[in-house]
Design a protein around this ligand. Structure first.
Ligand code: GLU
Length: 497
């Protein structure tokens, strides 16, 4: 059996987004599980819209997502070059061959003429098909016209009737009416190859065995098969993936919020979580598990099991998967992911000492449980950095009005002022003493203690809060963290005011 060779062929005309990232992932998974080769090919023949920045960013985003390629523009390979703009000679040579064999012909129709023809067909409610006007021009005549400098595109000569069919791994057997296809352009009059042509030359010369791509290319496939046949090449196996839709069942676009891979990174979605979630768009694991690692996905993924129906992109589901992936990370890794978010929010110093990192790991561990994404952390960290008695929420104010509260806080303040190293264990002993001193217990005891420490009625559990605040209070931050003793004494002064 031939070794599997698949390619991801983005055009550098925009950022990597949910739809094409999923196409890349399915190709990559298939290659890895079949012990095949995954190729990155950059389709940059649209010179007006392609940019070097998109080209660079596409590769950066693919790598961020955890993909690597065995052959590609930056890593090279035996079948290069891997940018279409560097393969123009190859397209030219194959077009010459087709012209020589009379399988293709020069077309002198101007864009205006073709547009008029197209519009006419559309107005009459018909599918626009090239009229075949230049098909009949004799070789001698067209050679003369080209030699005299007349601009010409090159078109493939295709049968004007009959059926062309192919078997699609996802969609089964598909049939197309040749009378609705017309002779496709191979090379434009400006000398640049058309997508449908360049892709065929490349897929053949790069020995691609399976073309896995979006369903939006399905109408192109019969044209590409006709081109493969004209060139005398065997076409690869095709698998067309359904489109990704937004929750409102329209094709996913910026309107639906974040769709660019780069934006998920900024939101604090882990690459492993996005990877996991994208694979679930159109595929499900046989045992129904949804939280899966890359290695598990390589083992379980089956191209033939990919669904024909369109997949719905659901950010909330992605966020949930992200939360599950965050849980599996070691503390120091969580701290590294959290760092840029907290730093941008102005909470962390320029220079982090080892003690800062140690503290950050503990703080993130305590607070990230309440987050779906790392971008939510700055708001959650407010419980450590902000202690605003004046902005106290209503529930907290109510608690302070309770009969036990003043006495409890006063007793707490006395005790905490006298200890040198306050920690959760000391807090435990203190609460017993406060209970004895005041006769207050249960929520009458614990609620005012929480308000005195956090200025809030609810939030992080105190066994997590106290150590993080106490250790944080000893470190330098752009905005200092108040110690527990300071908080309690401020609360008392606030009540007494
Ligand atoms: N450059 C095309 C695209 O980005 C590639 C399609 C294909 O895989 O053939 O849509």
């Amino acid at each position: 059996m031939k070794r599997v060779r698949v390619r991801f062929a983005p055009s550098p005309t925009g950022y990597l987004h949910v739809g094409n990232a999923r196409t890349a992932l399915f190709n990559w998974l298939f290659a890895r599980q079949q012990d095949g080769v995954f190729i990155l090919r950059v389709e940059d023949t649209d010179v007006e819209r392609s940019t070097a920045e998109y080209d660079r960013k596409l590769m950066e985003d693919l790598r961020w997502l955890g993909l690597d390629w065995d052959e590609g523009p930056d890593v090279g390979g035996e079948y290069g070059p891997y940018r279409q703009s560097q393969r123009l000679d190859l397209y030219r040579a194959h077009a010459e061959k087709l012209l020589k064999e009379d399988k293709a012909y020069p077309c002198f129709c101007s864009p205006e003429e073709l547009e008029q023809e197209r519009q006419k067909a559309l107005d009459a409610g018909q599918t626009p098909v090239y009229s075949g006007k230049c098909r009949g021009i004799s070789r001698e005549k067209s050679t003369r016209r080209v030699a005299s400098g007349e601009k010409a595109a090159i078109r493939l000569r295709t049968p004007s009737e009959g059926i062309i069919s192919f078997h699609d791994l996802v969609r089964g057997t598909l049939q197309f009416d040749l009378s609705l296809i017309g002779d496709p352009i191979l090379v434009r009059s400006n000398g640049l190859p058309a997508y449908n042509y360049a892709v065929v030359v490349d897929d053949f010369l790069m020995a691609i065995t399976h073309v896995i791509r979006g369903e939006d290319h399905i109408q192109n496939t019969p044209r590409q098969i006709l081109t493969f046949q004209a060139l005398g090449f065997d076409p690869p196996v095709f698998a067309h993936l359904s489109m990704v839709m937004g929750k409102d069942n329209t094709r996913l676009s910026k309107r639906h919020g974040a769709t660019a891979v780069d934006q998920f990174d900024k939101d604090g979605i882990l690459p492993s979580a996005l990877f996991n979630y994208l694979v679930l768009l159109g595929w499900a694991s046989p045992d129904g598990r949804e939280v899966l690692t890359k290695d598990e996905l390589i083992g379980l993924f089956r191209l033939e099991k990919v669904s024909r129906s369109s997949a719905i992109f659901d950010y909330d589901k992605l966020a949930w998967i992200n939360r599950q992936h965050i849980k599996t990370l070691p503390s120091h890794t969580k701290a590294e992911y959290a760092f840029p978010h907290l730093k941008t929010a102005g909470l962390l110093p320029e220079e982090m000492t080892p003690l800062h990192w140690e503290w950050l790991a503990k703080a993130v561990d305590a607070l990230v449980e309440k987050a779906d994404r790392f971008a939510e952390l700055p708001a959650l960290f407010s419980i450590l950095f902000d202690f605003f008695l004046l902005n106290m929420d209503e529930d907290a104010k109510e608690i302070l009005k309770e009969s036990c509260s003043l006495e409890v806080i006063r007793s707490f303040s006395d005790k905490i002022a006298r200890v040198e190293n306050f920690d959760y264990q000391v807090f435990g002993l203190m609460t017993k003493e406060i209970k004895e001193d005041t006769g207050c217990k249960g929520k009458d005891l614990y609620h005012p203690l929480r308000v005195a420490l956090t200025a809030k009625a609810s939030g992080l559990e105190l066994d997590k809060f106290i150590p993080v605040v106490e250790e944080g209070a000893k470190l330098a931050f752009p905005r200092l963290i108040k110690s527990c003793a300071q908080r309690v004494s401020e609360t008392l002064a606030f009540i007494d005011r």
